[in-house]
Design a protein around this ligand. Structure first.
Ligand SMILES: Nc1ncnc2c1ncn2[C@@H]1O[C@H](COP(=O)(O)OP(=O)(O)O)[C@@H](O)[C@H]1O
Ligand SMILES: [Mg+2]
Length: 505
């Protein structure tokens, strides 16, 4: 039997830039096939080509052995190809069912037969273990459920070949576990999955084979049973990568950040932080572990001046910070690598060079008597780009055009180079590949070793365990325990994060 998908010698260029350079991808029916590559390697481009969003300049595509030209997503659908994109494409005020049937509504006369649609959605949901509430509005459901809606949408359209573009990047560890089960259910029902990720553990856990691409080029295709994490990582990055975070014991000194009885309201009015206490010392990395939605975001917002403090105090080097303006807080010595780098970290339409001076552009040497001095700005940007290995065609390139990992390196360069006493790193490696993760961890440890206080917030337990010197567990807006990473493990932390178990010292 021919392979269900054959992409042979695919080349795709964007204005002279070759995003896919003669790539092969062969996927057998019924397998979970990983497409592995660093950020910017060309994975989404290749899959958008398979889904009919792009036309390749060269190469051919065969589906079930038959040569096809996939002119648009409707044609992809007709060929049984469905895609769940990195950024969901749902209509927020619509219900789950309305989104799933959009454009293919069952009718009773002139009216949409919503009951029939709901029954169909429920059937699909039961069959594949995709738990959703058919009547809930998209804006009211979790990211995990939104993703299940996207998957159901492809199944409703009869997809046999499902493309998941980095589906786990937006999920909590629990939701990732659920998605893995869903993927296994789908293939046991005869579906074929192309799974884009750069998380090697996920590939080892569920995939049958893996195609690796690097910088737009095909590197290899391997069987998962015949490979290991180290081999995959070095094929992806093109050099040996270390997974252990290399660090010496911390030498913590005086407290830099002191938070006492902090109370902050959440978006819906209820208290998001309910008397939170926390201290971060100079020369240590304090990691916060917790399940998403337990007050982490509100804590960072309160410290950085983006959210009102209702009561309690936030002291930086003994001076109160609460309810001060974000700019004053920045100037008093707080660096912030934000959780949402697109919303708060970068101005995507500005050049990467301009982004390097977002908080300092009005000061010497970047401005003189209110006039920006672009030579000075770009000279400074060039220095940071080089020091922090930000891969960009030039300092003039819009931030939007950089890959996620390089955008993040840019933010880190800017925040670290301002030399803050407290560096807040919120999900600093979310969605990044191993090479960039290794680099970012090194930078956080360098800051610590330079005597700075580092507050790390991450939903990745491995990251919290490997990088932190102390771990504070947050649960329902309070710190419920402080533990020593050397004396704890996933299970104990997981229990505390769920509100059970006892804290250490
Ligand atoms: N529409 C586009 N126009 C110009 N360049 C693009 C476009 N889409 C992707 N690229 C570039 O192609 C390269 C590969 O991108 P992409 O396929 O999104 O990578 P990945 O999904 O592996 O992270 C990147 O350098 C990206 O900037
Ligand atoms: Mg991508």
């Amino acid at each position: 039997m021919p392979a269900v998908v054959e992409m042979l010698g695919i080349t795709k260029r964007f204005n002279g830039f070759t995003a896919n350079d003669n790539i092969n991808l062969v996927v057998e029916k019924g397998e979970i096939h990983a497409l592995l590559g660093e950020n910017g390697a060309g994975k989404s481009t290749l899959m958008n080509t398979l889904f009919g969003l792009y036309q390749p300049e060269e190469g051919e595509i065969r589906i079930r052995g038959e040569r096809v030209k996939i002119t648009d997503p409707n044609m992809a659908n007709r060929l049984g190809i469905g895609m769940v994109h990195q950024h969901f494409m749902l209509v927020e005020p619509f219900t789950v069912t309305e989104n799933i049937i959009l454009g293919m509504e069952p009718r009773k006369g002139a009216k949409i037969d919503i009951e029939k649609a709901e029954r169909h959605v429920q059937e699909l949901s039961d069959r594949y273990g995709l738990r959703v509430d058919p009547r809930a509005k998209i804006e009211d459901i979790s990211v995990g459920m939104q993703q299940r809606v996207e998957i159901l949408k492809t199944l409703y359209r009869g997809a046999e070949i499902l493309i998941f573009d980095e589906p786990t990047a937006v999920l909590t560890p629990q939701e990732i576990g659920e998605l893995m089960e869903i993927m296994k259910n789908l293939v046991s029902e005869g579906k074929t999955i192309i799974f884009i990720t750069h998380k090697l553990k996920e590939i080892m856990a569920v995939c049958d084979r893996c195609t690796i691409i690097r910088k737009g080029k095909y590197i290899d295709a391997v069987s998962i049973s015949k490979t290991n994490v180290d081999e995959l990582a070095s094929k992806m990055v093109g050099r040996h990568v270390t997974f252990e975070v290399d660090k010496t014991p911390a030498h913590p000194k005086e407290p830099v950040l002191q938070i006492k009885d902090l109370v902050v309201e959440g978006n819906r009015g209820a208290s998001a932080l309910r008397g939170l206490n926390l201290e971060v010392k100079a020369g240590e990395i304090l990691g916060i572990a917790g399940i998403e939605g337990n007050g982490q975001t509100e804590l960072i917002e309160a410290i950085t001046g983006l959210r009102k403090v209702k009561s309690g105090s936030v002291l930086l080097n003994g001076k109160p910070l609460e309810n001060r303006k974000p700019r004053e807080i920045v100037e008093s010595g707080v660096g912030h690598i934000p959780e949402d780098r697109h919303k708060h970290g970068l101005v995507l339409d500005y050049s990467i060079g301009e982004n390097m001076v977002l908080q300092t552009y009005y000061k010497s040497p970047f401005a003189k008597r209110g006039v920006l001095r672009y030579n000075a700005i770009y000279e400074y940007a060039r220095k940071l780009i080089q020091q922090f290995d930000v891969r960009t065609p030039s300092e003039f390139t819009p931030a939007r055009a950089l890959s996620g990992g390089n955008q993040q390196k840019g933010i880190i360069a800017r925040e670290v180079d301002r030399n803050p006493d407290l560096l807040i790193a919120a999900q600093p490696t979310r969605g990044l590949d191993v090479g960039a993760i290794e680099f970012i961890h090194k930078k956080l440890i360098e800051q610590r070793d330079a005597g700075k206080a580092v507050l790390l917030l991450s939903l990745e337990l491995d990251e919290v365990l490997n990088v932190s010197d102390r771990i504070a567990v947050i649960y329902e807006g309070e710190i419920v325990g402080i533990v020593d990473p050397a004396e704890t493990d996933h299970d104990q932390l997981g229990l505390m994060m769920a509100g059970g178990g006892k804290g250490g010292k």
